[in-house]
Write a protein that binds this ligand. Structure first.
Ligand SMILES: [Zn+2]
Ligand SMILES: [Zn+2]
Length: 354
């Protein structure tokens, strides 16, 4: 157990369930009067990462990593919050009553650039809110860091034993193979604008693909931001700047998933629709996306990664949110942990319109 005597006047240890609760607005830390990833504007918010199902505009005060703040201002404008406080990984800040503070520290989550787990410490109790995370190597962000705690809040987007994400290299080879088999078809790849898009481009580069990659307008700003953050994506050309769209035969065009089936794609020469998402393991989802070539590429943990993480973090208590809770709760209790569902309604990253 990590509970230690705290020396506070009213008796020390307080279990996190007494100061972290869920209400209509979201996950709430009462002694800090702060919400974590709230969906509506609040006075004070901790934001784990820039995906729109976690980061919204309009809060008064925002605590986030410097990169998450840049992502938010890129998406929502410089006035996305009245005040924002950048906090780098492993640096701490005190929130709430200075005589009885809650300490906030961010640690890398390995999900997308800037993504963080938030460690909250109060009166000797430690809770880690992991936001979204994964354990696979991702050149666009620092790897997930194991942080000891009393309560670990985990996502369960792919929280079923059937979910096993193949290596990204293997999925990218499918795309390259398709380019060689269909050299006259434009390969239109649906990718989520933040994180997935840049990871797919980097994986193409790693596989030796050095031709320009063409981008739908909705992906430009965030790719530019990643380049400014030092992630070199190679030559990127906006599709809007290509006068003769027929010249895109045999080229790779990236677009938000919603663009795969809409009018925009009709200008492209004989597009072969490709979709990069963790959900592509489910055939019905691939059909629904009208993906001729589904690529299983995810920024979330698959089932083995979730279990590996529970084992490594080894928190006595696990709260499960954001997905398929039941299977993971059962599995966690089999592993000897106390587990419960934390009902937070969310969209899921990978289905979100860009
Ligand atoms: Zn996310
Ligand atoms: Zn999410």
């Amino acid at each position: 157990m990590l509970f230690t005597a705290t020396g506070s006047d009213n008796g020390g240890q307080v279990h996190p369930s007494e100061w972290i609760t869920v209400n209509d607005t979201g996950l709430y830390c009462q002694p800090a009067d702060t919400y974590i990833d709230p969906m509506v504007p609040v006075a004070q918010a901790i934001i784990t990462h820039g995906h729109a199902d976690h980061a919204r505009a309009g809060h008064q005060r925002v605590y986030a990593t410097p990169t998450t703040i840049r992502i938010m201002t890129t998406r929502y404008g410089d006035d996305m919050a009245e005040q924002h406080y950048p906090l780098t990984y492993r640096e701490s800040v005190s929130l709430g009553d200075p005589d009885d503070p809650v300490k906030l520290t961010f640690y890398p989550a390995g999900h997308i650039a800037g993504s963080a787990q938030a460690l909250l410490e109060y009166r000797g109790g430690r809770i880690v809110i992991s936001g979204d995370y994964k354990r696979r190597p991702d050149p666009t962000c620092e790897p997930f860091e194991v942080v000891p705690c009393d309560v670990f809040i985990t996502e369960a987007t792919f929280g079923l034993p059937v979910f096993r994400h193949p290596p990204i290299e293997r999925e990218i080879q499918k795309l390259l193979h398709s380019l060689s088999v269909f050299p006259q078809r434009c390969h239109l790849v649906g990718t989520y604008a933040l994180g997935k898009c840049q990871r797919v481009i980097l994986a193409l580069r790693d596989a030796g693909y050095h031709k320009p990659v063409y981008l739908h307008g909705a992906l430009l700003k965030l790719c530019e931001l990643y380049q400014t953050l030092g992630v070199s994506l190679g030559t990127l050309i906006p599709v809007s700047e290509v006068e003769d769209k027929q010249s895109l035969a045999g080229e790779v065009v990236l677009a938000p998933p919603s663009a795969l089936a809409d009018r925009w794609s009709r200008a492209l020469p004989d597009p072969r629709t490709v979709m990069a998402s963790g959900w592509m393991q489910i055939r019905a989802r691939a059909r629904q996306r009208q993906a001729e070539l589904p690529l299983i590429i995810s920024d979330h943990c698959d089932w083995p990664e979730l279990l590996q993480t529970l084992r490594e973090v080894d928190a006595p208590e696990v709260w499960v949110t954001h997905g398929r809770e039941d299977a993971l709760i059962y599995q966690a209790s089999q592993m000897g942990y106390q587990a419960k569902a934390l009902s937070l309604l969310r969209f899921d990253d990978e289905d979100e319109p860009a």
